[in-house]
Design a protein around this ligand. Structure first.
Ligand code: FES
Length: 576
């Protein structure tokens, strides 16, 4: 008996193995593409879910990777079918890609449900494409492998290495204070992004690609191999082979994305100095796959993990250097004692198996345990009367001197108010002021944009101030840095206490004590609440309306309430 004869009945057989017109129609139309009849003999159909788009430069090479995946699927006896889904390009989309993460996940889920697909390879890269594709696949509990597009090559400008995003913030400060000319600024623009791939700092794209690897849903080295390196194509081919094996073994995504996998991801996030955005993405993904995960798990499991990766924005190097140093397997060997080594992987083994032969080739990039970049690499969760449901801060990107701080608030009602006033020479602000931004949450903006790392007032930059405490209900780019309190929940637009803050109020930030307080008497806060006007979302139609009506707060991962949980794929009714 052949291996194929022993394999379980494929869902795709409901389309391709039927007698009569219900089989004739799908086979005949698929054969119009030149596919031979042997492809309909009951072999696994592997969807290749592609976020390629010219509107998303980070993912522009994913059609080439799809060809490598197809080769792997065919080599293993599967039938590959590539399909496009919406792509979310950070540099172009407005108001923010985060508003569309859930929409892309729905695109993935519904495409998988509606079509004869038995397993899927997810091709992602730019920030939100990774969580969105995983969330969509998780909602159907389908056998899945994630392949990332990989990071860009290191940027270079006048003898200095340039990191995506991170150095833009530096350049912007230098340009605004006249230390960089317009000509130099334009030159740097061309020098930063010089190949296909995602941001090569430890921004959200690199974080999510690495965490997918840590969770076992992507292959070893998925996070670090540069997009331009031939080995990126090699793991794409391998992914195609593994997808076929997963289907044959009936190993759906929920068998890989277990509670242990999420706990490993939180620990690894601390060790790589990962993006705060990982918090909302993993909370949402866990919700889809039915794993209980809370904001407090981030603090409990991740805070005391030392950051060992010396990468921008927390450190000095870039993703290409991480790859040459041995990548995530090398780093994970250094925190083995903190990981669930028995957690499963898509290869059919365990995380521990992956680490058995990993080696580190550069102790400057991947630091030894006793020489960390930061003692606390993870995400701190703050609570108090300003954030009853929590807020987050990344200590490795913050200033040690501001971890305990009391200062007067300078409140901006929204991002437009901030932009209009921040560089006003008459602005009442000094280095101790706490900058507060409202209306940047999931409902308020809408979409919870990456505006939380508010640029400092030009007049303070000119005085040499490099960091201030900033608080908002928005997010910040994973490539950004500073003493920035983010994801304040509930957000101001739905009546969270942030809505009550006024310029001149005292705010207490106590990171060691995990406190975030508005030092205003309760009676005064009640008076303010009584006259608070209700927020009207500025989108009234279409998807934007669905978003503002259904989105949950940051501590629930900003997912739609009606998308939580999963329903396994079944064959749909025939419609003709
Ligand atoms: Fe696409 Fe950073 S802009 S990964």
């Amino acid at each position: 008996m052949s291996e194929k004869d022993e394999a379980p009945q494929m869902r795709s057989a409901e389309w391709f193995a039927r007698e009569g017109k219900h089989g004739f129609v799908p086979r005949s139309w698929m054969r119009s593409q030149g596919f031979g009849p042997e492809l309909f003999d009951g072999r696994p159909v592997i969807g290749i879910c592609n976020t390629w788009s010219e509107l998303n430069p980070c993912n522009r090479h994913l059609r080439e990777l799809a060809e490598c995946v197809k080769r792997g699927v065919l080599l293993s006896g599967g039938y590959p079918l590539e399909f496009p889904v919406m792509s979310l390009g950070e540099p172009l989309m407005r108001p923010t890609t985060m508003m569309f993460r859930n929409l892309l996940s729905m695109d993935v889920e519904e495409t998988l449900r509606a079509n004869p697909i038995d397993g899927v390879v997810l091709l992602a890269g730019c920030d939100k494409t990774t969580p969105a594709l995983l969330m969509g696949a998780a909602s159907c509990d389908i056998p899945s492998v994630l392949v990332s597009g990989g990071p860009m090559l290191n940027g270079r400008f006048r003898g200095r290495e340039l990191g995506s995003g991170t150095d833009i913030f530096h350049f912007d400060e230098e340009y605004r204070t006249g230390r960089l000319s317009g000509e130099e600024y334009a030159e740097a623009e061309a020098a930063m992004s010089r190949s296909a791939g995602s941001c090569m700092t430890m921004g959200t794209a690199s974080t999510m690609a690495s965490l997918a690897e840590a969770m076992g849903i992507a292959l070893p080295m998925n996070g670090a191999i540069p997009a331009a390196d031939s080995r990126r194509r090699r793991i794409a081919e391998e992914a195609g082979k593994h997808a076929v094996a997963l289907v044959r073994n009936g190993m759906s995504i929920s068998r890989v994305l277990t509670r242990a996998a999420f706990e490993n991801a939180i620990v690894v996030n601390g060790s790589i100095g990962g993006s705060t955005n990982a918090v909302v993405h993993l909370l949402a993904l866990a919700g889809r796959v039915g794993v209980e995960l809370s904001l407090d798990d981030w603090d409990r499991l991740g805070t005391d993990v030392p950051c060992l990766l010396d990468l921008k924005p927390s450190g000095r190097f870039l993703m290409e250097d991480f790859f040459y140093a041995g990548g995530l397997p090398a780093l994970m060997t250094r925190i083995k004692d903190l990981l669930h080594l028995s957690a499963p992987t898509i290869e059919g083994g365990t995380i521990g198996d992956r680490l058995a032969h990993a080696e580190c080739w550069n102790d400057e990039v991947i630091r030894p345990r006793d020489q960390p970049v930061a003692e606390q690499g993870g995400i701190v969760v703050l609570r108090g009367n300003l954030a009853p449901d929590g807020a987050v801060l990344k200590p490795s990107a913050a200033s040690a001197g501001l971890m305990t701080h009391r200062g007067k608030a300078l409140v901006f009602e929204n991002a437009e108010d901030y932009r209009a006033r921040i560089d006003d020479p008459d602005l009442q602000v000094d280095a101790d002021t706490v900058l507060v931004l409202k209306s940047a949450g999931p409902v308020g903006y809408p979409g919870m944009p990456e505006v939380g790392n508010l640029a400092l007032p030009a007049k303070l930059l000119a005085q040499g101030v490099t960091d201030m405490v900033r608080i908002s209900d928005g997010r910040m780019s994973g490539t950004a840095y500073g003493t920035v309190v983010l994801h304040v929940s509930p957000e101001s637009a739905v009546g969270g206490p942030l809505a009550l803050a006024k310029t001149g109020d005292e705010i207490v930030l106590d990171v060691p004590g995990r406190r975030l307080e508005l030092a205003v008497p309760d009676a005064e806060l009640e008076r303010r609440r009584a006259v608070l006007t209700s927020f009207e979302p500025n989108v009234q139609r279409g998807y934007g309306r669905l978003f503002t009506q259904s989105v949950q707060q940051a501590h629930r991962g900003v997912d739609f309430d009606f998308l939580v949980g999963c329903t396994r794929l079944q064959a749909s009714k025939v419609s003709f």
